[in-house]
Design a protein around this ligand. Structure first.
Ligand SMILES: Cc1ncc(COP(=O)(O)O)c(C=O)c1O
Length: 442
């Protein structure tokens, strides 16, 4: 089957007619991507872009990675689909491989198709294991677009369809740049993290099933809490009977640099890890991994997911782990991340629009403000910078409640020349906007 070639205008019209109107796009002029090759993508006119947003933090090891594609093609030829009602070798091979790279005693997995499903299942596991029903989550968080995941999400932007699942309370994220208490780290003594106890005591039954958090918040704007933050929360959560669920949908598989899991940087071993996006490098794959004891709370209960454990997704997942280890991508993520942060901090000295540079590895954010004193979010300027970068062959993302954080999260395979290109392009685009280059209409 050959696909008809459509122009960007035709695709736009067909989206209007046939897709849900809430299907959004980036950029003033939508971009039509037709091909990918490691850290680069190409539009319908053959223009090359450095994909510094990894198709929303999903391409972990590179578009159409040449080590992985032949294996997936071979699997498609051999067995496209089989469910867990039958035995097949790929699912167990992959589950064992995943167990090898997990922290602590997290050894038992269940496979799903997406991040929200992984978080849903994590919540089900926590409820089953603890017998409790309520959850703590973080303000500014994003956990997906199913009802439970939306209820756990801590941003009004992503919580627009009532009714929610009850029993979720949100506590402050460790967002020092905009501390809700107006105090400073470390003198604050982690007041935000200590709120977990207040909220459990005053807003729940006093027993919780769990706490869910992204180690570094993605859609929330790359919020990266102080190093003691998760240790403090984990101790409180466990004292009140809850499990610690690490939503590693964005931070997993080496993205934060030097470690496989984001939460490792906080020295906490979670009870459950939820994964998606980078796990499959573009395949619709998600997973939950937990301890034997927690998994056993599901014994005797039927659980099933049609595509969970699909041999093609499992093959892709295996390929991802293989190349992460073969090419040392977590190390590269740390080195390239350090190079980018150093460059961005240099830009911060020259560009008043930059309020804060934050993140780890290749999970980086630059918060833009109109005035460093008032910290007024520079949302329109962020959109303009995204457009200007695109015109120069660089794709970046955005995040935060106000949409004023430029998100830089390229595939883990970028090299020093790519990092320098990102820095130089942002330098030029920030300059244009600061010199009065008009902001894009919202
Ligand atoms: C941290 C996090 N959790 C969960 C999700 C939901 O994943 P999915 O869109 O695959 O359902 C996302 C999606 O962006 C995410 O960033």
């Amino acid at each position: 089957m050959t696909l008809k070639k459509y122009t960007t205008e035709e695709i736009g019209k067909m989206r209007e007619e046939y897709l849900l109107p809430s299907t959004m796009t980036y950029f003033t002029e939508p971009l039509s991507i037709v091909r990918g090759e490691m850290q680069y993508v190409y539009d319908d006119a053959g223009r090359k872009y450095l994909d510094a947003f990894s198709a929303v933090v999903t391409i972990s090891v590179g578009h159409c990675h040449p080590d992985i594609v032949p294996k997936v093609v071979e699997q498609v030829r051999t067995l496209q689909h089989m469910t867990t009602l039958y035995y097949h070798p790929v699912i167990v091979t992959y589950a064992k491989r995943l167990a090898d790279i997990m922290p602590g005693d997290l050894k038992v997995s269940f496979f799903v198709n997406s991040g929200c499903e992984a978080n849903e299942l994590s919540a089900i596991l926590a409820k089953n294991h603890t017998g409790a029903q309520e959850f703590l989550a973080l303000r500014h968080s994003f956990h997906g677009r199913t009802l439970m995941a939306m209820s756990l999400t801590g941003q009004s932007l992503w919580r627009h369809s009532l009714p929610y699942v009850f029993g979720v309370s949100h506590i402050p994220a460790g967002y020092c740049y905009r501390c809700p208490y107006g105090i400073s780290y470390p003198a604050c003594d982690l007041a935000c993290a200590r709120q977990a106890e207040e909220v459990i005591r005053y807003s729940t039954s006093g027993r919780i099933a769990g706490f869910i958090a992204e180690p570094i918040q993605g859609f929330g704007g790359v919020i990266c809490p102080p190093k003691e933050y998760f240790g403090v929360v984990a101790e409180i959560v466990r004292r009140y009977g809850g499990l610690f669920i690490s939503d590693e949908v964005q931070t997993g598989f080496g993205r934060t640099g030097g470690a496989m899991w984001g939460i490792e940087h906080w020295g906490v071993v979670p009870d459950i890890i939820a994964m998606a996006k980078g796990i499959g490098n573009g395949a619709p794959l998600g997973a939950v991994t937990t301890t034997r004891a927690i998994a056993d709370s599901m014994r005797g209960k039927v659980h099933f997911n049609t595509y969970g454990g699909n041999p093609v997704s499992m093959t892709q997942g295996l390929g991802v782990i293989e190349v992460i280890e073969k090419y040392g991508y977590p190390r590269n993520a740390r080195e390239m991340g350090d190079r980018l942060v150093a460059g961005f901090r240099g830009l911060q000295e020259r560009h008043p629009l930059i309020g804060e540079v934050r993140g780890m590895g290749l999970m980086l954010g630059i918060e833009l403000v109109r005035d460093r004193k008032t910290k007024e979010p520079a949302a329109r300027e962020t959109l303009r910078i995204m457009d200007l970068c695109k015109e120069r062959g660089l794709l970046v993302g955005k995040g935060a409640m106000a949409g004023n954080v430029v998100r830089i999260k390229p595939p883990l395979c970028i090299d020093a020349a790519d990092a320098d290109f990102i820095i130089a392009t942002l330098d030029e685009c920030l300059g244009i906007v600061e010199r009065g280059g008009e902001a894009a209409p919202q």
